[in-house]
Structures are given as structure tokens and as C-alpha cells.
Design a protein around this ligand. Structure first.
Ligand code: FAD
Length: 480
């Protein structure tokens, strides 16, 4: 019998992780390992993970760290023999721009929600009315009925009021997804928050449980385990290393070719033919590790349930990285950066465009230099694409002017870089989980598995996990 064949469409970290698992994972290939071909549309593997040279350092252009508590990324790094390259985050805490000043975020945040009443009562970044709303949640929690899913906004708005929701929680949770809490599904984006709200009673109290805290982004009190990791040559080195190992295993990696059709050929040895403009690859099974609308376009004609995946829209974001001489800048005394609520007023036209600032060389020791600092301004939300209409020069100037307000002192950067991710972050709207489940069940009937950040979480660990699970599913389907 001819050798089995699997095509992976999309060479981001999910597609590459899928290829790693298909080619034997930790143990490497064996006699039953299928032929694996990864097809990537752009001329670079890695998708949202990439590095470049900037101000004498290697920096990440996209994601710059991954959660340490979720096992998938750390496990893959170890399997690749790169444990020595893991770099733990070297700063904690952050600042919120609120009421015209910087305020250090209080202790006890879980998923961006305050759980320590005393800390929030003393937090000057919120009005006294908002702080009383937190007190009310602890003493006289509001009741709410929750069905199969709800938006994050619905829950936190009901429980903690408008100001805490939009000035405090949205910059944290919405910032990670580049989305709006009123649109994002609580069940899919912050399941611990959804579960806590379902249980009823005080949200703040419910989130104090260890299981909720362990899914949060804050360090447990007293724990010295790192919360985030990067890699010595940047997170963008992970897909590069992975690609090298995959080639050593005989996996075919193709770049600069887009898959434009999947054709069923049930009568032949291989039930699928995967088409690019110039080639056709026969396959027993296909893993689609592309953005969800591409899955809808390639496979939607087989079942309307799969076509619905086109509805998973993505938000764009831009990041402006700046290098500034020490003499030209003053930062808050510690912390990883600053969060800026949406609609923060701005002396110029409209509201502020910057949603967050990351102090890159505070986070990652390898980026530190004696005489200058590098920081990154994040721009863009699902409903704020103003950056798309700006040239790089206009965007950099606007960001510099806003940083001059947001930071204690900000002078002339000596180097700058704009990186745009027009469709970088999928938006999990209310009902996401059931939409994904239906599409998965349907595509499995055609020996197609879905992987990537559009389904089970947008972070790197979740993306790696989804790629590897898709591969195991396909191997299982082919062995039946
Ligand atoms: C600006 C930004 C910052 C982020 N920061 C963090 C962070 O700090 N920590 C964290 O954990 N996560 C972060 N993320 C999220 C994380 O980086 C991504 O979710 C993850 O890398 C997604 O990987 P993926 O393989 O699922 O998708 P992608 O990286 O999007 O890869 C999909 C690939 O499919 C290819 N493709 C599309 N159509 C076709 C086709 N027809 N044929 C062939 N190929 C096709 C695309 O070219 C692309 O390379 C960030 C994301 C962005 C955009």
C-alpha cells in the first residue's frame, strides 16, 4: 500500500506544531509516520512569530512571550532541546493611565478582575463610586441569569459596574485580544470568569479560588515560578528551530504558495487533492491551520456549518517599537508597562490611539543595554483601525506625542520600527465554542482537522496545543 499522506495548510506555529506531532512528536518518526507536507502562503514560516534586528538587539516583531503555566509551549521547547534558551520574565506589575495620571495596578487581580477588596478600595485610579461598586459586589452581589454563553462585558458590567469594566478590566482582557469586552465571549476567552459568574454570588470572591487564580495572568502570592517565558533569540526563533527539525525528519516545507482549493477524490487511494496554483498534492487527511475565514473559503462549500467559520473575524493591531537614550526618558519605577483605556481623551483629534506600552527591556534581560531603553506602543482594537489610514511616519509621530503625555518624560527616539498585523487576532464572539464544535465535527467527517488560534485560545501555548491535537486526531482517523 502507498504511504499515507497528510497536508498541513498554514505554516504558523500551529501548523508547524501539527507537523511535529504528525512526524512522531517527541519520539520522532517511525514506520507508520505519514508523508507530511506543510504549505505556507507567505514567504516566511512562523505566521505571527518573527524576529528582526533593532537598536543592536534581536527583537520579536509579533508575540514576545508565552504563558509559563500552560504546558504546551514549554513542552515543545523542551522536546526541541531548547530548555537552556528559555528566558523568564524579569519584571512584574503594570500601570494604568487613568484620571490623567499613572496608577500602579493593585494586587489581587485575577483575569484582570480585582479580588482584593482593600486593594481596590485604596486604588486612586478609579472614582470612589467605582470602588464602592466593588464593595457592593463583595457585600451585596447582584444576581444575574447566564445562559450558554455571555459577553465578558455583560458579566463584569452587571457585577462591578461600568467604570471598573471599561477603565480597568477592558484594558487588560480586551487588550490581549485587541477586542471589546462587550463582544468577546466570556466562556471562550475567560472560562474561569464565566464559571465564577455562573456559580452566582460575588464575582470578586468567586475568582479568589486557586483554580481561577491559576488561569489568571498574575503570579500567585508567594510563588516564585515565572509567569511568562521568552527565548534567548526571541519567541520568533521557535518556528525557525522547529522548521529545521522538521526538515531533518523529512517533512516537506513549502513557502510562498497559497492553497487555493481542496478537492475530494473519494474513488482514489487518497480522498483529497490539495491544490496550489502550480501543484496538486494527494492526501489522506488535511489539517487546516489557517485563519478561520480561509477554512470557510476552502471547505465551506462542503457544509454550511463550516462556512460559518467565515464569521470569525480578526482584529488588526500595529506595534511601534522605539529606542530612546536614557537621558531622554523617565519611566515609572518598576513594572512591565502601561495600559491605556479606550476612549482616553487626547488633546489632539479624537481619543488616544495607544492602548498599551510595553517596557521590552524590563521584561527581557537579554534586551538590556546600559545607555538606552526600548519600548513598544500597541495600537488598534477590533473597532479602532485608525492606524490603517496612517503612514508609518504619521503613526510613529502620533505615538511619540501620546507617549510624551503618558510617560513621566519622553524625548526623541533614535530608532523606530512600525510592525503591522492587519488580521492578527481572531475575535471569539458570544457563541464561539458551539460554532467551533459544530465545524470541527463536520470537518472530521471529511478527514479534515482544524488547528490554530481561531478556535481554542489565541496565545502561543493554545495554538501549539491545537496543532498537536489536530495531528493526533488525524493520525487516529487514518489508523481506523
Ligand atoms: C501583534 C500580536 C502580538 C501577540 N502577542 C502574543 C504574546 O505575547 N503571547 C502569546 O502567547 N501570543 C501572542 N499573540 C498570539 C499568537 O502569536 C498567535 O495567536 C499565534 O502565533 C497564532 O499562530 P497560528 O499558527 O494559529 O496562526 P498564524 O500565525 O496566523 O499562521 C497562519 C498561517 O496560515 C497562512 N495561510 C493563510 N492562508 C493560507 C493559504 N490559503 N494557504 C497556505 N497558507 C495560508 C498564513 O500566511 C499564516 O502564516 C500575538 C499575536 C499578535 C498578532
Amino acid at each position: 500500500m502507498s504511504r499515507t499522506s497528510v497536508v498541513v495548510v498554514g505554516g504558523g506555529i500551529s501548523g508547524l506544531a501539527a507537523a511535529w506531532e504528525l512526524s512522531g512528536g517527541e519520539h520522532g518518526p517511525n514506520d507508520s509516520t505519514p508523508r507530511v507536507e506543510v504549505i505556507e502562503a507567505s514567504d516566511r514560516l512562523g505566521g505571527s512569530l518573527a524576529t528582526t534586528q533593532f537598536a543592536g538587539r534581536t527583537i520579536d516583531l509579533g508575540a514576545d512571550g508565552f504563558l509559563a503555566r500552560r504546558p504546551e509551549a514549554v513542552a515543545l521547547v523542551k522536546e526541541l532541546g531548547l530548555s537552556e534558551d528559555l528566558e523568564a520574565i524579569d519584571a512584574s506589575g503594570a500601570w494604568l493611565w487613568s484620571r490623567g495620571a499613572l496608577h500602579e495596578l493593585p494586587s489581587g487581580l485575577v483575569l484582570g478582575v480585582p479580588t482584593d477588596l482593600q486593594a481596590i478600595l485604596h486604588f486612586k485610579g478609579l472614582s470612589w463610586k467605582a470602588r464602592l461598586a466593588a464593595r457592593r459586589d463583595v457585600l451585596w452581589p447582584k444576581r444575574m441569569i447566564i445562559g450558554d454563553d455571555a459577553s465578558i462585558g455583560q458579566i463584569v458590567h452587571t457585577k462591578l459596574g461600568r467604570e471598573i469594566s471599561y477603565q480597568f478590566i477592558e484594558p487588560m482582557i480586551g487588550g490581549i485580544q485587541a477586542g471589546r469586552i462587550d463582544e468577546l465571549s466570556a466562556k471562550s476567552v475567560v472560562p474561569a470568569l464565566f464559571d465564577a459568574a455562573k456559580r452566582g454570588g460575588s464575582l470578586m470572591k468567586a475568582l479568589r479560588t486557586p483554580s481561577a487564580a491559576s488561569t489568571g495572568t498574575q503570579s500567585d502570592a508567594g510563588s516564585t515560578d515565572p509567569v511568562f517565558y521568552s527565548l534567548r533569540d526571541g519567541v520568533g526563533s521557535l518556528p525557525r528551530e522547529l522548521a529545521t527539525r522538521l526538515r531533518d525528519r523529512g517533512v516537506v516545507l513549502r513557502r510562498g504558495v497559497s492553497v487555493n482549493a481542496l478537492r475530494r477524490t473519494p474513488a482514489g487511494d487518497y480522498p483529497w487533492e490539495v491544490d496550489t496554483l502550480t501543484t496538486t498534492t494527494p492526501a489522506n487527511a488535511v489539517i487546516l491551520a489557517t485563519p478561520a475565514p480561509v477554512v470557510g473559503a476552502l471547505l465551506g462549500s462542503f457544509d454550511p456549518v463550516i462556512d460559518e467559520l467565515r464569521q470569525i473575524e480578526s482584529a488588526g493591531a500595529a506595534m511601534v517599537t522605539l529606542a530612546v537614550a536614557n537621558a531622554e526618558i523617565s519611566l515609572p519605577p518598576h513594572g512591565t508597562g502601561v495600559l491605556v483605556p479606550l476612549k482616553t481623551s487626547w488633546a489632539g483629534e479624537g481619543s488616544m490611539i495607544v492602548t498599551a506600552i510595553t517596557f521590552l527591556d524590563r521584561k527581557w534581560p537579554r534586551l538590556r543595554r546600559g545607555d538606552n531603553v526600548i519600548l513598544r506602543a500597541h495600537v488598534g482594537r477590533s473597532d479602532d483601525n485608525r492606524w490603517l489610514d496612517m503612514t508609518d511616519e504619521e503613526l510613529t509621530l502620533r505615538v511619540r506625542n501620546e507617549l510624551a503625555v503618558l510617560l513621566p518624560r519622553f524625548g526623541d527616539p533614535f530608532e523606530s520600527l512600525v510592525q503591522r498585523w492587519p488580521l492578527g487576532l481572531p475575535q471569539y464572539s458570544v457563541g464561539h465554542e458551539s460554532r467551533v464544535q459544530r465545524a470541527r465535527e463536520s470537518s472530521a467527517k471529511f478527514s479534515v482537522a482544524l488547528a490554530g488560534n481561531a478556535y481554542d485560545g489565541v496565545g502561543i501555548p493554545a495554538s501549539i496545543g491545537s496543532g498537536r491535537r489536530a495531528a493526533r486526531k488525524v493520525l487516529e482517523m487514518m489508523s481506523q
